[in-house]
Design a binder for this molecule. Structure first.
Ligand code: COA
Length: 182
């Protein structure tokens, strides 16, 4: 697959909705519902506005309201087809320092296993190097139950920082990684 990283656009929305229906989720901890998918399918322009200019708050996995840090969202696409997304949060806050880190990504189920997450992370690291020279390194987190994602991080130079309890999933643990940018 010939992957390009692009800003989310209306041209990708039909494929994005198809990805949601196929089981793609915007959040690893919260799966989509028929209602959440219908809201996006019914008003893709609203969804795009929210994605490109998000609110300043975020509902955390425990339902509490947190401060959203500025972020850059890029979609992995092939033509108009949506394949996955990669998010870069411009700085850490107390919540992201514990879990979440600077960069997160997800690939739609039908496109997994073809190196796309590795390519999207590599592309986003290039973007951060080019546009955020204030950062010497970025942090990423991964659940120990997600070895594919750990591999994606390690293939991109990730070095284990430590193992921490998962703040949102009782009993789970995760690794925090650093990736040097310099
Ligand atoms: C995790 C995820 C992003 C991987 O996407 P992907 O495009 O399939 O990943 P890639 O193909 O780039 O690379 C996966 C790597 O993990 C390896 N892998 C896959 N399953 C594995 C497993 N069970 N154990 C160890 N390694 C595994 C693959 O072999 C590949 O490594 P390789 O290139 O050396 O062969 C994708 O499964 C996904 O979107 N999951 C849901 C969201 C998610 O978990 N996001 C990450 C949160 S930290």
């Amino acid at each position: 697959m010939a992957l390009t990283l692009a800003r989310p656009a209306m041209a990708h929305m039909a494929s994005f909705v198809a990805a949601l229906r196929e089981g793609y989720s915007r959040d690893t901890l919260r799966t989509e519902t028929p209602e959440s998918i219908a809201a996006i399918a019914d008003d893709p322009a609203w969804f795009l506005r929210q994605t490109l200019d998000p609110p300043t708050t975020v509902v955390l996995p425990d339902g509490a309201l947190g401060q959203r840090v500025p972020e850059t969202v890029l979609w992995g696409v092939e033509g108009d087809e949506f394949l996955g997304s990669v998010h870069f949060r411009h700085h850490l806050n107390a919540v992201l320092e514990q879990w979440g880190g600077h960069i997160g990504y997800a690939v739609r189920p039908s496109a997994q296993g073809h190196g796309l997450a590795s390519a999207m992370l590599a592309g986003m690291l290039d973007h951060v190097r080019a546009h955020h020279s204030e950062l010497d390194r970025v942090m990423l987190t991964v659940n120990l139950k997600n070895p594919a994602s750990a591999r994606v991080i390690e293939k991109n130079g990730g070095v284990v920082r430590d193992v921490v309890p998962h703040p949102w999933v009782p009993g789970d643990e995760g690794r925090r990684y650093w990736i040097d940018l310099k």
